[in-house]
Design a binder for this molecule. Sequence first.
Ligand SMILES: Cc1cc2nc3c(=O)[nH]c(=O)nc-3n(C[C@H](O)[C@H](O)[C@H](O)COP(=O)(O)O)c2cc1C
Length: 176
Amino acid sequence: MDAETNPRGPHGGVDPAAFRRALAQLAGGVVVVTSADARDAPAGVTATAVCSVSLEPPLVLVCLSAGSRTRETISTSGRYAINVLGSGHRSHAERFAEAGDGKFDDLIWETGKFGCPILPGSIAVCECEVEQSIEAGDHTVFIGRVIEVTSTEAPHDRPLLWYRGRYAHTSVEDVE
Ligand SMILES: Cc1cc2nc3c(=O)[nH]c(=O)nc-3n(C[C@H](O)[C@H](O)[C@H](O)COP(=O)(O)O)c2cc1C
């Protein structure tokens, strides 16, 4: 069956809108993935497609779309930092979800051990070196070895979440 006659869609898969609706049910933590080019110009993107991969060695992955400028920077620099946002940092998430230049204008940030921007107030940070990059559909999967890691234990620090296309935060109640 060719792509045009396949009733399940041009890629032989599911309807894209149904796919988006299904994945919108998956609540995810919101991060800003940062990097810097050879001239130390910073780049950053809001992302939820982030996942731990391995404990020994410590590996995490991020998936960035083909159109992402941060993706291009990471491809050449081979380094990135994952800044896990707290619920008070929705403005960071909105800022880094914008396309174009100027995302770091008027922003205070620190430089990590490997030159990537670190956003103060992040509830956790993983600084990574790219071990492997995999082209997967319209995204690149960067698997990074974690070289430096920090996190806060403060009880009032809660993560910023993305759920059903909206920002959300956790409730402290356990699920029965
Ligand atoms: C909550 C949220 C999560 C997102 N997750 C991702 C993601 O995991 N991967 C991705 O490539 N883009 C993701 N985006 C879209 C990018 O943030 C957006 O396209 C951004 O403008 C890309 O910036 P850049 O071109 O400077 O890298 C997300 C956006 C939002 C609001």
